[in-house]
Write a protein that binds this ligand. Structure first.
Ligand code: NDP
Length: 244
């Protein structure tokens, strides 16, 4: 029987590419994001790709709100079954020098990128423990490991995801649940459309270009299938960080 895969941030960018690849692998996919138009648009495209036992449903949920998360996880479980795979791809970047960053902005970035994935993970754990299996994949960033000017809040949130994921991996390994992080470099999505000096950044990347969302989705697929890998950070950056 097809397993259930939930993707927070599944409406666009990397999460949308993950939804595509999971449908190809015949999962029952639930995509979740903040905006209903965004989810509706994504579902329209994804519906045509759901073949065999695969299916897709969309849900709106603000990952900064714990009650909203719990309600959404309960609804998905009721609609399509217990969740086997959780992918946390929802994220925001609000860049600027720390000196000029308001507390509210710092809190919003940490709440969305770090506390959100902690709460979605918490919400699926009981059911994964009952199933005696589960796979949680958090989309971090290479800046979580290396830092970046103007990204103090963002890189702190992504570094936090690493500590969180390694700790959770230790807490739940005995229950058959794995938790890993993917650390992408520059990936061609809405998030990087306004990035300055794109040419320079591409030249700095060993592979000479920004990555495609599908190339991060390939790494997600690998971690879903890699049943002996847990507590790891998989860098998917075209060699950018090797060249720092
Ligand atoms: P996009 O901006 O393309 O998509 C972001 C997704 O997150 C959308 O689905 C959006 O939903 C959702 N989202 C944002 N805020 C919330 C919220 N409060 N509640 C629920 N959903 C929310 O980003 P990417 O696909 O590029 O990024 C995906 C992940 O990868 C992020 O965590 C990002 O930090 C990380 N990453 C991206 C890199 C890149 O170069 N693109 C590099 C390294 C890491 P909606 O459509 O409703 O707005």
């Amino acid at each position: 029987m097809s397993k259930v895969c939930v993707i927070f941030g599944g409406s666009r960018g990397i999460g949308f590419a993950v939804a595509n690849i999971m449908l190809e692998q015949c999962f029952k996919v639930a995509i979740v994001s903040k905006t209903s138009t965004s989810i509706d648009n994504a579902c329209k495209i994804l519906h045509s790709k759901a073949k065999g036992g695969a299916s897709v449903l969309g849900y709106t949920c603000d990952i900064t709100q714990e009650a909203d998360i719990n309600k959404t996880i309960a609804a998905i479980t009721k609609d399509i079954g217990p969740i086997a795979i959780l992918v946390n791809s929802a994220g925001i970047n609000k860049d600027g020098l720390l000196m000029k960053t308001k507390l509210e902005t710092i809190q919003n970035v940490l709440q969305t990128n770090l506390i959100g994935p902690m709460l979605t993970s918490k919400a699926v754990l009981k059911s994964m423990i009952q199933q005696k299996e589960g796979c949680i994949i958090n989309i971090g960033s290479m800046v979580g490991q290396h830092g970046n000017v103007g990204q103090c809040s963002y890189s702190a949130s992504k570094a936090g995801l690493v500590g969180f994921s390694k700790s959770l991996a230790k807490e739940v390994a005995s229950r058959g649940i794995r938790c890993n992080v993917i650390a992408p470099g520059f990936i061609d999505t809405d998030m990087v459309q306004d990035v300055a000096n794109r040419d320079k950044l591409e030249k700095h990347t060993l592979l000479g270009r920004f990555g495609k969302p599908e190339e991060v989705a390939q790494a997600v697929q690998y971690l879903v299938e890699a049943t002996y890998v847990t507590g790891q950070v998989l860098t998917v950056d075209g060699g950018f960080s090797l060249n720092l």
